[in-house]
Design a binder for this molecule. Structure first.
Ligand SMILES: Cc1ncc(COP(=O)(O)O)c(C=O)c1O
Length: 360
């Protein structure tokens, strides 16, 4: 057990048991005498890792059979381009703008066609999820895109727009596997692994298989979902070590935590503990609109930059690290991803209460 709680927004904490297993197997994976870092991606041992990772992800998320699961590289940022390159057949897409990442996705799509902003909470500094009106969606749009959990601002879509027959595409980088979700409501989901799923380097894409045929003719081979689907995510060398650690996390989620319902109960309790404290505090306050609060990322401030900086120093000295808000917004942000135990939030609220007694 380590005595540090890492509240980083990603790369983020991994379960102790996962790190211990990775360390134990570092020099000899499965009796092969080779490290996973050295295994050929064309070996049977490696194929087993790929197969089990996909199987466990499908089971945990209850991914329907008519969806394809891909393990890619390039982070969620690569998906900002791959989504339009693969889906923008009519050259039209609608975007809901809820923060920096959603905006980056939108800007990238503008390179490939007529991306449109349906609604935005930029005027509210992205502290809330904007109202949307389904009548605004263009029936000829190739997809509607949203960012489900807004890592920087601590907001989340708790209800989804009904886009009818227009495929809904979502960036779920900072909420994947945090609670059950109905995959069948989406045309495509994508997430970088480095928050809830494993180390940086692997990006999961879950796409309704019929959408694989919409790819634009000018889309490069490596950026086509079809290419990766046809080669079991091994058209070229995959990010092996990141996928292997992801598999260990998926095993932990299924076998130790007991699946996404249990994970959701833990995550809700963790977030509630911090929000309850913030709502009572005379010094600290949360910055996100209450109805849109994220369970994963909780930004908060004192209202005074000097006091924020002092708190961050004291928290870090107490072993509560990486609590600084995103460089574009400042203040504090506690990321409470799956691997963060409830004890970490208890320690955080104790540290905040102690600070408040001395400085309020
Ligand atoms: C919601 C969201 N989308 C996209 C990104 C960018 O991800 P990547 O660095 O994997 O490209 C992040 C990174 O923090 C994020 O939180």
């Amino acid at each position: 057990m380590r005595n540090i709680y890492n509240f980083s927004a990603g790369p983020a904490m991994l379960p102790d048991a996962v790190l211990a297993q990775a360390a134990a197997e570092m020099q000899d994976y499965n009796g092969t005498g080779q490290s996973v870092l050295e295994l050929s991606h064309r070996s049977a041992d490696w194929q087993d890792v790929m197969d089990e990772a996909e199987l466990r992800l499908r089971r945990l998320m209850r991914i329907p059979a008519h969806y394809t699961v891909l393990f890619l590289q390039g982070g969620a940022s690569a998906q900002f381009a791959m989504v339009p390159l693969n889906l923008m057949r009519n050259g039209k897409a609608d975007y809901l703008i809820t923060g920096l990442w959603a905006k980056k996705a939108y800007r990238e799509a503008m390179r490939y066609g007529a991306a449109r902003v349906i609604c935005s909470s930029e005027a509210q500094q992205f502290t809330c999820i904007p109202e949307w009106n389904v009548d605004l969606f263009d029936p000829a749009a190739d997809y509607v895109h949203l960012c489900m959990n807004n890592t920087i601002y601590g907001t989340m879509f708790h209800t989804l727009p009904d886009t009818g027959s227009i495929p809904l595409v979502a960036d779920i980088s900072s909420c994947i596997l945090s609670q059950p979700m109905d995959v069948s409501r989406f045309g495509l989901l994508y997430a970088g692994a480095q928050k809830n799923m494993g180390p940086a380097g692997v990006t999961v894409v879950i796409v309704r298989s019929d959408l694989l045929e919409r790819v634009r003719p000018d889309c490069p081979t490596l950026f086509r979902y079809r290419t990766h689907a046809d080669h079991g995510s091994m058209y070229n060398t995959p990010p092996c070590y990141a996928i292997y650690v992801m598999l260990l996390v998926l095993r932990w989620l299924e076998d130790t935590v007991g699946g996404l319902e249990s994970m959701a109960a833990r995550n809700r309790a963790k977030a509630q503990l911090l929000y309850d404290y913030l709502d009572e505090s005379a010094l600290f306050r949360g910055t996100a609109a209450i109805r849109d609060r994220s369970w994963m990322n909780v930004p908060f401030i004192t209202g005074d930059a000097e006091t924020d900086a002092r708190f961050l120093r004291e928290a870090s000295d107490a072993g509560l690290v990486n609590l600084a808000g995103h460089r574009t917004v400042g203040g504090m942000r506690a990321s409470l991803y799956n691997a963060m135990p409830v004890a970490g939030i208890q320690r955080l609220t104790e540290c905040m209460a102690d600070f408040e007694r001395r400085y309020a």
